[in-house]
Write a protein that binds this ligand. Structure first.
Ligand code: HEM
Length: 146
């Protein structure tokens, strides 16, 4: 049981690294997208899509391993830092599902303002990074709020 729990914590932390790390690549890519010529745009967009997909899959492993930790570990689900993480998680799930995909789809629609779309993409990336860092802090510090 001890080995199993340790292995799940390890998988949980690795998936946390993969859920947060690639997000920092988004910012320079979005900056380059702004200045890119039409032929290069699709390459940057493809990279951005790969990063979002990677972060999304790692996020699923993060949630599943987190649930396994609750089921088999010493922390009940109503522990304050877990409830707070779950709350922030719901917020960020909505963000990644609606924010990024909707914005990316609009990019090639005729008559769209690319500057406005890129600005929105940047804002969404920053909000998502902030939410992930808040959750990382909650998980590592485990603050007892109630
Ligand atoms: C469904 C949501 C989540 C649940 C139920 C959950 C549950 C847990 C639990 C119970 C532990 C304690 C393991 C232990 O020390 O015995 C833990 C540790 C950890 N979690 Fe989560 N987690 C969730 C989401 C996240 C997210 C979103 C992140 C990162 C952004 C994250 C990063 C970590 C890290 C880095 C640790 C190791 C911290 C340490 O032990 O010092 N978790 N998680």
């Amino acid at each position: 049981m001890k080995f199993y729990y340790g292995a799940v914590v390890f998988a949980h932390v690795v998936s946390a690294v993969i859920s947060v790390g690639p997000l920092f690549l988004l910012l320079p890519l979005i900056r380059r997208l702004r200045m890119a010529k039409a032929e290069a745009e699709d390459i940057y967009l493809a990279f951005i899509r790969v990063i979002i997909r990677l972060v999304m899959h790692a996020g699923h492993v993060l949630v599943i391993s987190g649930i396994l930790l609750i089921l088999s570990g010493p922390w009940p689900w109503h522990t304050s830092w877990i409830v707070l993480t779950l709350g922030v998680m719901l917020l960020s799930g909505v963000f990644l599902a609606t924010g990024f995909s909707a914005v990316l789809k609009k990019f090639h629609e005729p008559g769209n303002n690319k500057d406005a779309i890129i600005k929105k993409l940047r804002r969404t990336a920053w909000i998502y990074i902030s939410l992930m860092l808040v959750m990382l802090w909650l998980m590592v510090q485990k603050p007892v709020v109630w």
